[in-house]
Design a protein around this ligand. Structure first.
Ligand SMILES: Nc1ncnc2c1ncn2[C@@H]1O[C@H](COP(=O)(O)OP(=O)(O)O)[C@@H](O)[C@H]1O
Ligand SMILES: O=C(CO)[C@@H](O)[C@H](O)COP(=O)(O)O
Length: 587
């Protein structure tokens, strides 16, 4: 690629892939490459990037696979012609909440890597026992894990109630959050916990690999752990005591977790010798804090407090950047990754892309389409189905919940619920729970109705207009943002005064946000904020594309009626599950 100015790299280590992206100082996309774990690293036995132990609700992945993906994605960037010597800054992101447990040998192994060998060859245990390896535990529990209900109950009651925990840490306790996860790890694997020198999140794990020593946890991602006191900017000793097994063990756990620098743009150090010698990175290449995938995603464009972003990845997440801290057990508040005083509002659903794929695959079983696009039948069916399956306004509304995995919001086990809702009488009536073609539209409506139900406190009516409260714009990112049928239904359910947009510079918003963070961390003037630097260089016309209408009078109001029925359906499902548990004598 022509040119000789500095380049910046951003990585996204997500559930199913490792993506690498390269931009120049003007935010222009120069190179991108990715490793798909199922396609490229099947030998690890993963499916959709993970391994599972359903009997305990465990979901995890081997850090060894991620190490192999790092070398592979850099080889692919080399094949794409990247001049590594021009790279002046690297940042990245990782799926949130996942934890990596480093051994006491990790620091020495990371610092002493031989550029003639691969990362996994040197950081995994020696096949002849000659090396214990860098990990005290061979697996990393990830955000899809649902094995920590007992630990979550303990976290939710430790400060009195979930509301207080949400106020202090930004969230109530969640199965995937690192605090409950580390508490379960300590009790299930006491010897491994003892041998654990440091604990990283997936984001700081990846930073450590590039740094050549264990990197701090990032100020944004740390607020996805139920262990960090947001207003104090410090670890919460009482919650650490719960996790570590008592006050006497707090200091030891703090040492494993490490310090958390406040500045999300301050370099952790220079890239490790391994990458300079093996790939030709510049000696002065800075490692800028790697953060969580969602905090990184909101950096991929100048998101205003009136905008909303929906990431249609493996998870579905709804993200807003706001100066208001309004914690509530129903959703998450996290530190903004670059700007003190701003927060990231987040809703996260486990049943995102995989749930939509399940309905897509059911449809493809019965369609005789020869299209190479596996989503074509799904899209045509969804768009040919009337909103809420109502052929006339008098018809009942078809509502559903579609959870192939246990869901986070609401906290429900795997299952499907399909009901008709009469908005006039506010009655729900059960419909046959078998798959029907209407499910294509109804699953997308269901996912966006849940977002609309829970985000209503944060969206406002546009200034000087009598339009109902809704986002100014909705930006779609993640793999599903390629789907214009989903975008259309998104606009109908969520509204948006200016419409539904997507990033149009290809690549992956999360990795792009990380690359922009590297630009800011390396090129910012004294006191210059991320918003100021990126805002100056952002080319709205070239970087985003309007892909669907937003607010549609009449349709938006009809979905408002549906929101009431949807909330009632969730409560019905929660009661049904509670009754079943009671019958079985379970708590
Ligand atoms: N054209 C499409 N329509 C709908 N969903 C899509 C489309 N292309 C990809 N996806 C979805 O994108 C998801 C992967 O998105 P991605 O953001 O790469 O995930 P992650 O970051 O979680 O690894 C898959 O679950 C897939 O269902
Ligand atoms: O758990 C969350 C956020 O709380 C998920 O958003 C994960 O951060 C992984 O997301 P994907 O990018 O793999 O969908």
């Amino acid at each position: 690629m022509a040119g000789n100015g500095p380049l910046y790299m951003g990585f996204d280590l997500s559930t199913q892939q490792l993506k690498g992206i390269v931009v120049d100082s003007n935010l222009k996309l120069i190179h991108e490459a990715k490793v798909d774990f199922d396609a490229d690293l099947k030998k690890y036995g993963i499916e959709k990037g993970v391994l599972t132990n359903p009997s305990e609700g465990e979901v995890f992945a081997p850090p060894a696979m991620w190490l192999e993906a790092v070398d592979l994605v850099l080889d692919r960037l080399k094949e794409a012609g990247l001049d590594f010597g021009r790279v002046q800054g690297i940042s990245g992101a990782g799926m949130q909440h996942g934890t990596v447990f480093w051994s006491r040998d990790a620091e020495n192994l990371l610092a002493g890597l031989d550029a003639g060998k691969t990362l996994v060859e040197q950081l995994e245990p020696g096949s002849k026992g000659e090396r214990r390896g860098a990990f005290a535990h061979p697996m990393s529990p990830n955000w899809q894990d649902a094995s920590t209900q007992k630990q979550c109950d303990a976290f939710d009651s430790e400060l009195g109630d979930p509301e207080t925990l949400a106020k202090v840490t930004g969230s109530k306790a969640h199965h995937r959050f690192s605090g409950p996860q580390i508490l379960r790890y300590r009790t299930k694997y006491p010897t491994h916990y003892e041998e654990t020198a440091r604990i990283s999140l997936v984001s700081s794990f990846l930073a450590s690999v590039f740094l050549g020593h264990i990197a701090p946890i990032d100020i944004g991602d740390v607020t996805g752990m139920n262990l960090w006191e947001i207003n104090k900017g410090a670890w919460h000793d009482q919650l650490l005591a719960l996790t570590a097994g008592g006050k006497d063990h707090v200091a030891e756990l703090k040492k494993k977790l490490g310090e958390v620098p406040e500045d999300g743009g301050g370099a952790f150090g220079k890239v490790s010798e391994y990458f300079i010698k093996r790939y030709g990175f510049a000696k002065g290449c800075n490692i800028i804090p790697f953060t969580g995938d969602n905090p990184s995603t909101i950096l991929s464009l100048p998101l205003r407090p009136s905008d909303a972003m929906v990431s249609l990845g493996t998870s579905t997440t709804f993200l807003m950047s706001t100066p208001e801290y309004l914690p509530d057990p129903a959703y998450h508040f996290m530190n903004h990754p670059t700007t003190p005083g701003l927060y990231m509002f987040m809703l996260c659903y486990k049943n995102g892309g995989l749930a939509r794929e399940q309905i897509r695959d059911e449809l493809n079983k019965t369609s005789n389409s020869s299209s190479s696009d596996s989503w074509e039948t799904f899209n045509q069916t969804a768009l040919s189905t009337p909103p809420l399956s109502q052929s006339t306004k008098e018809d009942q509304m078809r509502l559903g919940l579609y959870f192939p995995r246990p869901e986070i919001v609401p906290n429900l086990p795997a299952g499907q619920w399909r009901y008709n809702y009469n908005p006039k009488t506010n009655d729900l009536s059960k419909t046959p729970s078998d798959f029907t073609k209407d499910d294509a539209r109804n699953i997308v409506e269901s996912q966006f109705l849940s977002l609309r139900l829970r985000a209503h406190n944060l969206v406002k009516s546009p200034k000087d207009s009598n339009l109902p409260p809704q986002p100014r714009r909705v930006y779609l990112v993640g793999g599903g943002s390629a789907n214009e049928a989903i975008a259309k239904i998104c606009g109908e359910v969520l509204g948006s005064v200016e419409g539904v947009y997507k990033l149009d510079i290809g690549g992956n918003a999360c990795a792009l946000g990380a690359a922009y963070k590297a630009v800011w961390g390396c090129e910012r003037k004294e006191g210059e904020t991320f918003e100021e630097l990126i805002g100056e260089r952002w080319d709205e016309g070239a970087f985003v594309k309007r892909i669907a209408e937003g607010y549609k009078e009449g349709v938006f109001e009809r979905y408002e009626e549906a929101v009431g029925g949807f909330e009632k359906l969730e409560k019905l499902a929660l009661n049904e599950v509670a009754e079943k548990k009671k019958e079985k004598g379970l708590k």
